[in-house]
Design a protein around this ligand. Structure first.
Ligand code: 13P
Length: 269
């Protein structure tokens, strides 16, 4: 059986400016260096048991990259929250994958439900973004998930299938297996305090893994990491992480403060 390194990723959304980012990393540095559990977390990253990721706002990326490198000794990888698929040009307000890589990012979140539902990003646009990310140096964390009305009408699996089949259309399975992580984030559980039950989260993630196996084969299905996101807190993370098909967490609100993020990392040790 393939052992997949767990990813504990914090998506800060539009939180933590430059000063707060500096403070967050100072606290994490102290935790890694001086706290017994923090030292265990650092050892778990070094041994490849877990990967820790933080996705700051664009203006905080430089501070996060510098702090993660110096104080946190590369124990934390920095992610962007979004990117455009073109390399450069007249695209006001956008940023390219290459520019994010140059800024020191290692990951990029794509297709987050707030991008889909607040900013109107379509499956077609996300297909282009994922294709561009897969051939870039960044590792994409591609988000999918159903609305409450879709869950209540029994359409969860149909929605996941539609979002993923469009996103990876014409994609090479080997590339996908090597680079992709998927985050299952039911929209009704994001920022609402309602977490999917461990069983519901497991069922959706198992469905995604079966879909990968049917489309790209067992090798890809065994390699691709599938994360859960939606009202994850220190109290519920261990139960979610022990599910067979869940390889990590994408955390919003509880990742903004170093203390609560550290508690969630602890649950993955
Ligand atoms: P919350 O953890 O705040 O529900 O957000 C989840 C999320 O959207 C992470 O990307």
């Amino acid at each position: 059986m393939t052992v997949r390194t767990k990813i504990i990723a914090g998506n800060w959304k539009m939180n933590n400016g430059i000063a707060e980012t500096g403070e967050f990393f100072t606290k994490l540095e102290t935790w890694f260096g001086a706290d017994e559990i923090g030292k265990k977390a650092a050892a778990a990253v070094r041994s490849g048991k877990i990967e820790i990721v933080v996705a700051p706002v664009l203006t905080s990326i430089a501070t996060a990259v510098a702090s993660a490198k110096k104080g946190c000794k590369d124990l934390v990888g920095i992610s962007a929250q979004n990117a455009y698929f073109e390399k450069k040009g007249a695209f006001t307000g956008e940023v390219s994958l290459g520019m994010l890589e140059e800024a020191g990012c290692k990951y990029v979140i794509l297709g987050h439900s707030e991008r889909r539902h607040v900013f109107g990003e379509s499956d077609e646009l996300l297909q282009k973004k994922l294709a561009a990310a897969l051939v870039s140096k960044l590792l994409p964390i591609f988000c999918v998930g159903e609305l409450l009305s879709e869950r209540e009408s029994g359409k969860t699996n149909d929605v996941l299938k539609k979002q993923l089949n469009r996103a990876w259309l014409d994609t090479d399975g080997d590339l996908l297996a090597e680079k992709l992580a998927i985050a299952y984030e039911p929209v009704w559980a994001i920022g609402t305090g309602k977490t999917a039950s461990s069983d519901d989260a497991q069922n959706a993630c198992a469905f995604i893994r079966e879909l990968i196996a049917e489309t790209f084969g067992i090798n890809a299905a065994e390699k691709i990491r599938i994360l859960y996101g939606g009202s994850v807190k220190a109290e519920n993370s261990a139960g979610i992480l022990e599910q067979n098909d869940i390889d990590g967490l994408l955390i919003g609100g509880a990742s903004v403060e170093a203390e609560s993020f550290a508690k969630i990392i602890t649950a993955a040790l």
